[in-house]
Design a protein around this ligand. Structure first.
Ligand code: HAM
Length: 425
C-alpha cells in the first residue's frame, strides 16, 4: 500500500527557489544595508526561550501569551516556548551579556522566524518572519523617530506605496494609575456583558480590554476614554517632540488614540504601519518599552523598537505589483560531446567557478542534445562544449545561448570570450 505523503503543518510556508526565495534574499539584503546605514548591528538570539521570559515581558493577559504560544516541556521538564516575538529575547540577551556596559544606545536588529498559534489565513501564519530593531538605553524622542524612519525607509526602498503610520502614546506608569481607574469606571456598569477574558482582565490589566478581538467587547468599549487624552505633562511633551521629529524627517503620520498594541511592555510611543487598501492588519508595529529591563531584574534601560512582518511586506509588494529583481540563470554550462571528455569538463567547471562564474554541468548522462536543452532550462548564457577533437587540440566550442552564435576558441581564451559575470551585469 502506498504510504500517505506528509504535508507541512498548517500556517507554515515553504520558500522555494525559482522566484520566491530570491525575493526574500532581495528584501533581506535591502534591510541589512539600511540597518547598517543607521548604525544598527545584528543580534541572533535562540529560537526558543524559557516560557517565563514571555509571560513576564509580553504579559500573561495578552492573546500572545494566553492563547498563541508554542509551549512545551523539554526532556528535563522545563517549560520552553518558541519565540513569538523578538523584543523580550533581545532584552534578555542585553542583560545576560552585560551589553549595558557599552556606550548607549545599543542599536540592534534581527531577521528571524517567530511562532504564534493563530488562525492561519493569508498574511497570518503560525511561523512567520520578522525584521526587528531595538534601540536600548536612551529615553529620547529622536530615537523613536529614527526607529520609525528605518521602518519607512525599508518599505519605501522596496517600492511600497500608500503607507500609513499610526502613532499613539500609551503614557507612563504615572499617568496610567489614574487612567486605569477612569477606564474601570467606564467599563464596570457593563462588565457582565464583556467576554470571560475581559472580565478577568478587568482586575488584572484593564488596559488589555481595549485590545480584545471580540466584536461585542469592541462595541461596548467604543466610547471608552483614551489614554492619549489623559497623559501627564512629561508624556505629552515627549509625544509632541516625536511628532516634531517626524515632521522634520518628512514622515506623514496619523495620530490614532485608539491604537493599542498586543503586548504589555509598551510605554509612551506606540505605532503601527498599515498599507492603505491592503490588509486590515498591520505590516509592522512597535513602540517604546521603558520598563522591560526592570521587569527582568535589570537596571532601567529605556528602549524603543519595532518589527515588520516580512510575509506581509511581500504580500503588500505583490498586491501593488512591485517587481522585485530576481537574478536568474547561470553564466556557463559545460557540456560534453563524448564520455571521454567528462574529466576535462569537471576540471573546466572547477576553473570557471573558481574565477567567480556561476557554472554547472550535466550529472545524469544526458546526450549532447539533451544537455543543450537542459542548459537552456538553466538559463545558461554560454555553453562550453568539449569533445574528443577539442581535447586533442586544446580547443573549446563556445555557444552564446542568446545569439545562437557558436565559435571554436583556444582553451586559454575562454574567459575573454564569455566576459563579465551574471552578478556584475
Ligand atoms: P507585533 O505587532 O506583535 O509586534 O508584530 C509585528 C509584526 O509582525 C506585525 O505587524 C505583523 O506584520 C507581523 N506578524 C505578527 N503576527 C503575525 C502572524 N501570525 N503572521 C504573519 N505576520 C505576523 C512585535 O512582535 C514586537 N516585538 C515589535 C516590537 C519590537 N516592539 C518593540 N520592538
Amino acid at each position: 500500500m502506498a504510504k500517505e505523503t506528509i504535508k507541512k503543518p498548517r500556517g507554515t510556508n515553504d520558500i522555494l527557489p525559482g522566484g520566491e526565495v530570491e525575493k526574500w534574499q532581495y528584501v533581506e539584503n535591502t534591510i541589512r544595508k539600511i540597518a547598517a546605514n543607521y548604525a544598527y548591528r545584528e543580534i541572533r538570539t535562540p529560537i526558543f526561550e524559557h516560557t517565563e521570559l514571555f509571560e513576564r515581558g509580553v504579559g500573561e493577559t495578552t492573546d500572545i501569551v494566553g492563547k498563541e504560544m508554542y509551549t512545551f516541556k523539554d526532556r528535563s521538564g522545563r517549560s520552553i516556548t518558541l519565540r513569538p516575538e523578538g523584543t523580550a529575547p533581545v532584552m534578555r540577551a542585553y542583560l545576560e551579556n552585560s551589553l549595558f556596559s557599552l556606550s548607549k544606545p545599543i542599536k540592534l536588529y534581527y531577521i528571524g522566524q517567530m511562532f504564534r498559534y493563530e488562525r492561519a489565513q493569508s498574511g497570518r501564519y503560525r511561523q512567520f518572519n520578522q525584521f526587528g530593531v531595538e534601540a536600548i538605553g536612551v529615553h529620547s524622542a529622536d530615537m523613536d523617530a529614527e526607529v520609525i524612519a528605518i521602518a519607512v525607509e525599508v518599505l519605501e526602498k522596496l517600492g511600497l506605496k500608500n503607507l500609513e503610520i499610526h502613532i499613539n502614546s500609551l503614557g507612563c506608569p504615572k499617568c496610567r494609575v489614574e487612567f486605569k481607574e477612569k477606564l474601570k469606571s467606564y467599563i464596570k456598569p457593563n462588565l457582565d456583558d464583556y467576554c470571560p477574558d475581559c472580565k478577568e482582565r478587568f482586575d488584572k490589566n484593564p488596559l488589555r480590554i481595549m485590545d480584545c478581538k471580540n466584536d461585542k467587547c469592541k462595541e461596548l468599549s467604543s466610547d471608552a476614554p483614551a489614554i492619549l487624552e489623559h497623559l501627564c505633562s512629561e508624556c505629552e511633551d515627549f509625544f509632541d517632540q516625536l511628532k516634531q521629529n517626524l515632521d522634520v524627517l518628512n514622515i506623514n503620520y496619523i495620530v490614532d488614540k485608539n491604537l493599542v498594541r498586543g503586548l504589555d511592555y509598551y510605554t509612551h510611543t506606540a505605532f503601527e504601519i498599515m498599507v492603505c487598501g491592503n490588509f486590515k492588519s498591520a505590516i509592522g508595529g512597535g513602540g517604546r518599552y521603558n520598563g522591560l529591563a526592570e521587569m527582568y531584574g535589570g537596571e532601567p534601560a529605556p528602549s524603543v523598537g519595532f518589527a515588520l512582518g516580512l510575509e506581509r511586506v511581500l504580500l503588500a509588494l505583490e498586491s501593488q505589483n512591485v517587481e522585485i529583481p530576481v537574478p536568474e540563470g547561470i553564466d556557463v554550462f559545460v557540456a560534453t560531446a563524448d564520455l571521454g571528455a567528462n574529466v576535462e569538463a569537471v576540471k573546466l567547471l572547477a576553473y570557471v567557478r573558481q574565477k567567480g562564474y556561476k557554472a554547472d554541468k550535466d550529472y545524469a548522462n544526458r546526450s549532447l542534445k539533451a544537455q543543450m536543452k537542459y542548459a537552456n532550462k538553466l538559463k545558461a548564457r554560454y555553453v562550453v562544449i568539449i569533445g574528443e577533437d577539442e581535447l586533442k587540440n586544446n580547443k573549446l566550442i563556445v555557444k552564446n545561448m542568446q545569439t545562437g552564435e557558436q565559435l571554436e576558441i583556444d582553451k586559454n581564451k575562454l574567459l575573454e570570450v564569455i566576459g563579465g559575470k551574471l552578478n556584475e551585469r
